[in-house]
Design a protein. Structure first.
Length: 72
């Protein structure tokens, strides 16, 4: 899923008058709106959680004590 800075909002016309038509848009800031596409969103691979080097054990390839993912 792509990172969307704001909530999705439905518009019956393009909020920036660029001829993209009606649909679901999200605000990117400073008056810029981007059209949301479920097809494009499904193609994005999830990056998962950030791995913290503090949580990884030293000197082993098998993270038996931790997998590096620390709860925040």
């Amino acid at each position: 899923m792509i990172k969307i800075p704001t909530r999705l909002k439905f518009f019956s016309i393009d909020p920036q008058k660029k001829g993209r038509g009606k649909g679901v848009y999200y605000h990117r800031g400073k008056g810029i709106w981007s059209m949301y596409s479920i097809d494009r969103d499904m193609k994005k691979l999830s990056k998962g959680w950030k791995i913290n080097k503090v949580g990884l054990p030293k000197g082993t390839k098998i993270p038996h004590t931790s997998d590096g993912r620390l709860p925040i």
